[in-house]
Design a protein around this ligand. Structure first.
Ligand code: 16G
Ligand code: ZN
Length: 523
């Protein structure tokens, strides 16, 4: 077919290394950048099909988030800014792994299965983070799109959440905002400026795109937030000894940050969709405020506003198995907020959060956002306009409205989350120390273990229990029984060829003993 002639020609410029098989994992494809050229071309093809199928703009983000600088990756963004569906993830894996000579056949199979009208136009938004490999890999995506006649808009260097935002703006015809980087800064800063007072904040940009975009955004914040940037990609290596993942997993401050005692600091990850906060006290002790602390702060704030506004909306917090037991207990027992646990990976949390009027979701690693249902947004907007609303209710409901504008509802967004957190702290008159004191984390650690085949471990109950191999869960159960409030689980990683082990217990010593016993189980 003449239609596929160009695909056939151009695919030769992006040949697949024979035998190489990769999988569309938790957050798309992610591996050494050397192996990704053909994947990018093919994801350009697939995004074009998805665009024709949905009659909407689709996003393609070239990033490997918190992975080392040598890696890269790609993920597709669906029309409302969400992750693509599981069925299309399956197509992505099939298309990526088919050998060169059967590429057209595979493509036609998808077209047939999905009954795609190839005469529909296609529109694809493309973005990339700061990795050196990003330029050529995003060109491969553009090549894939154009070989199927799709139109592209290349945003160049953007954070992952910025691209999600653009896609959503485009497909909602401007209702969500204007699909430009400037439109993004304007929307967030307008909401922020209404809300807050002056504050100084130290930001670790992970030597990545978040640092670059923070600099761009600064003038919009009109000194209300004085951002002191470090690891701002001028010379340092992306994610190396810095960034949100490093700080969370190592439980220590990033290198290259000049922290004064008690000063409020935060770290972004390599594509700026995660954030964690921290400070050191006068004794030099490091204190982390992770995704669980963020979820607690935000949900407490929203719940208070709902009460003051007299709105009867259901608020829930969505967590994963990694959520610290103390946070779950605090939310359920003290805050009386519903808590739900899902599998790791943003798509699972996002999906669960959509079930509530207000769904606050955060992974402990700092990835998260707040979703407001359409009905909840409508109620809030109506109450703002209602002339009979008294002053106290009006103030609360206006704050709710501003929070909706400040939050990036398409996906977790370090910049947007940072502005929400700063706003909540300012309005409630809280310091980072007050926030930290809301509850005390149980000592916890995660380790990664290399095994010959991580797929031997299968889990259930939102990854909190192992079904296979036989005997593993029994061993965990007898370990956990020994200590107060202990909790532990093992799961295969969705992004690396390793198994992750997590343990928490009442004391540091008990937690470490658990981990040592664990390592013996695996060796
Ligand atoms: C990906 C996920 C992140 C999750 C992590 C777990 C997205 C956008 N990102 O980075 O949410 O926490 O994977 O990795 O979904 P793991 O399976 O290797 O532990
Ligand atoms: Zn990320």
């Amino acid at each position: 077919m003449a239609q596929f002639e160009e695909v056939s020609q151009k695919s030769k410029l992006h040949p697949k290394p024979e035998g190489l098989a990769l999988q569309y994992g938790t957050a798309g494809f992610r591996t050494d950048a050397k192996h990704l050229d053909h994947i990018m071309f093919r994801m350009g093809l697939l995004a074009t099909l998805r665009s024709k199928k949905t009659k909407s703009t689709i996003g393609v983000m070239v990033t490997a988030s918190h992975n080392p600088e040598e890696d890269n990756g790609v993920k597709l963004i669906d029309p409302m800014g969400e992750m693509v569906t599981a069925v299309w993830e399956g197509y992505a894996t099939q298309l990526a792994n088919t050998e060169q000579d059967s590429l057209l056949k595979e493509l036609k199979d998808i077209i047939e299965k999905e009954d795609i009208d190839m005469s529909e136009p296609a529109s694809i938004y493309v973005g990339k983070d700061t990795r050196p490999s990003g330029a050529s890999l995003s060109r491969a995506v553009l090549d894939g799109v154009s070989s199927l006649g799709g139109k592209t808009h290349d945003y160049g260097l953007v954070t992952t959440p910025q691209l999600h935002y653009m896609v959503c703006c485009c497909n909602t015809h401007g209702c969500y905002g204007s699909p430009t980087v400037e439109g993004y800064y304007q929307k967030l800063s307008q909401a922020f400026l209404q809300l807050t007072q002056n504050k100084r904040l130290l930001v670790d940009g992970a030597n990545g795109i978040g640092a670059l975009k923070m600099r761009e955004m600064e003038p919009f914040l009109r000194s209300k937030l004085q951002v002191v940037l470090s690891n701002d990609s001028s010379s340092g290596k992306l994610n190396h000894m810095c960034g949100a993942d490093y700080v969370k997993v190592q439980q220590k401050a990033p290198q290259g940050m000049n922290m004064g005692v008690g000063e409020c600091c935060c770290s972004f990850d390599g594509d700026a969709d995660r954030i964690v906060y921290y400070y050191t006290d006068s004794k030099g002790c490091f204190h982390l405020l992770d995704g669980d602390k963020i979820a607690t702060l935000i949900s407490t704030y929203l719940k208070e506003l709902l009460t003051q506004a007299g709105l009867n909306l259901q608020i829930a917090v969505v967590q994963t198995a990694y959520a610290n037991g103390s946070s779950t207990r605090y939310l359920e027992d003290v805050m009386k907020v519903a808590v739900c646990c899902t599998k790791t990976g943003v798509k699972h949390l996002h999906h669960a959060a959509q079930e509530y009027d207000i769904g606050v979701y955060f992974e402990a690693n700092g990835h998260g956002t707040v979703l407001f249902s359409k009905a909840a947004q409508k109620q809030i907007q109506e109450l703002v306009k209602d002339p009979n609303t008294n002053d106290e209710r009006k103030r609360a409901v206006k704050l709710l409205e501003s929070t909706i504008n400040l939050i990036n509802q398409t996906v977790g967004d370090a910049i947007s989350d940072m502005l929400v957190i700063e706003t909540v702290l300012a309005i409630r008159g809280m310091s980072v120390q007050d926030w930290h004191a809301i509850y005390t984390d149980l000592p916890n650690r995660q380790l990664k273990v290399t095994v010959s085949d991580r797929r031997v471990i299968d889990t259930t109950d939102a990854e909190r229990r192992a079904v296979t191999p036989e005997g593993l869960q029994d061993a965990i159960d007898s370990l956990v029984k020994k200590y107060k409030t202990a909790r532990s689980f093992v799961r295969p990683s969705g992004t690396e060829d390793v198994v992750r082990v997590y343990a928490e217990a009442d004391t540091q010593v008990h937690m470490i003993i658990m981990l040592i016993i664990y390592l013996n189980i695996f060796n």
